[in-house]
Write a protein that binds this ligand. Structure first.
Ligand code: PMP
Length: 390
């Protein structure tokens, strides 16, 4: 049977993620050190796992309400207030989702009419553009620059706004660059958006991983922006809970109402066991988060220094768990650098070009890996750089 004429053209037109191909290659190799996968290397803290197990023992194995357990929404509300000084009503302004991923999907689908444009700063997480396209929107890429520490500038934003602009996606702290936007940066963007109806989808999944004494600021905190910002967050990165698939969206009632409808038809409710674990994580997990952040911070400093000592130009990331060194000095393309490093030294890093325009010339190194692995990876990268010079 020929499926090309049967399957959705829009789906067939989506380009597969550049990262997947690379991981397939990685699977076949032994003795590899991976700084590739963007996922915490810590286990979910025990008391959180226990809460999930305990909920099963108690027989909590049914659907929850569509928006999520009210107990969990209350914890999310408290967490948002405590950590980010944001106020969301557990009844109507919070939706529990299957990871931040579902939240992003719902946000785009709830906002976009066919042909609407969504401004997506790049290099960034590979999901945004495909999700916008599947919602029948048009991704408009805003290329962030290393010389701006991979922030979005008001000039860059204002140059891309058209009558069709529906939303701006804000991916901070950033995967893959580790860049952040501070309050003054966000205020400058808010000025550009003033007087328009442009919405903001703010992916704050790495908010807890902000370093150097800086505290994450949400776009929803900026005067005038609360009413038009959809905050996407979750526990995957902050609490080392990627496999539990726990995310949440916070926004004004009319937006959450539409997102909840989509969630109800497509998902029903987020996994019940995970929701009970998430209640415990948000209620009693602040210390775990702080400990993991401290550990990541040590690795961040170590890796940045190590890469710089090897002669790679490396902007100092202030968030997430990625370092994004420039590899242009090697004369290799990002793809070639990654492939040759993997084949010759068995170290996996991800090509910057996988993260959209603006990523070429850089590679993403994830430091959610042990100090032992980071040390060994640096030694091998050093050997590789020597071999490339010759
Ligand atoms: N946003 C960003 C920037 C990410 O890096 C990821 C995961 N890699 C997600 C969202 C999705 O996370 P999850 O669905 O696991 O919550």
């Amino acid at each position: 049977m020929r499926y090309e004429g049967i399957l959705s053209q829009r789906v067939q037109d989506l380009k597969p993620s550049g990262i997947r191909k690379f991981f397939d290659l990685l699977q076949e190799m032994e003795d590899t050190i991976s700084l590739g996968v963007g996922e915490p290397d810590f286990q979910t803290p025990w008391h959180i796992r226990d809460a999930g197990v305990y909920s099963l023992e108690k027989g909590f194995t049914r659907y929850t309400s569509n928006a999520g357990l009210i107990e969990l929404r209350r914890e999310i509300s408290g967490y948002m207030r405590r950590h980010y000084d944001l106020s969301y009503d557990p009844n109507g302004q919070i939706l529990v989702t299957v990871g931040g991923s579902e939240g992003l999907d719902l946000a785009f689908r709830a906002l976009i009419n066919p042909g609407d444009e969504v401004i997506i700063p790049v290099p960034s997480f590979v999901c945004y553009a495909p999700l916008v396209e599947m919602a029948s929107g048009v991704p408009i890429f805003l290329e962030m620059k290393a010389e701006n520490e991979f922030r979005v500038t008001p000039e860059e934003l204002s140059a891309l706004i058209t009558p069709k602009t529906k939303a701006l996606l804000l991916p901070f702290p950033s995967n893959p660059t580790g860049g952040i936007m501070e309050r003054s940066d966000l205020e400058a963007l808010a000025k550009v958006l003033e007087g328009t109806d442009i919405m903001v989808v703010s992916d704050e999944i790495y908010a807890e991983l902000t370093y150097d004494g800086l505290h994450h600021v949400s776009m929803a905190n900026i005067p005038g922006m609360y009413d038009r910002t959809i905050v996407i967050n979750g526990l995957s990165k902050s609490h080392s809970m990627t496999g539990w698939r726990m995310g949440y969206a916070c926004a004004p009632n009319p937006i959450i109402a539409q997102m909840t409808k989509l969630h109800q038809f497509g998902i029903m409710s987020a996994p019940t066991t995970s929701q009970y674990a998430a209640v415990e994580a948000l209620r009693n997990g602040d210390e775990d988060v702080a400990k993991m952040r401290e550990e990541y911070d040590g690795r961040r400093r170590f890796l940045v220094k190590g890469l710089r000592d090897l002669g790679l130009n490396c902007f100092e990331p202030k968030g997430a768990f990625y370092v994004f060194p420039c590899i242009r000095s090697t004369g290799l393309s990002s793809d070639d650098f990654c492939e040759q490093l993997l084949l010759s030294q068995h170290v996996a890093v991800i090509s910057g070009s996988a993260f959209g325009p603006g990523g070429e010339g850089f590679v993403r190194c994830c430091y959610a890996a042990s100090m032992h692995d980071l040390t060994e990876a640096l030694a091998r990268i050093g050997t590789f750089l020597e071999s490339v010079k010759k």
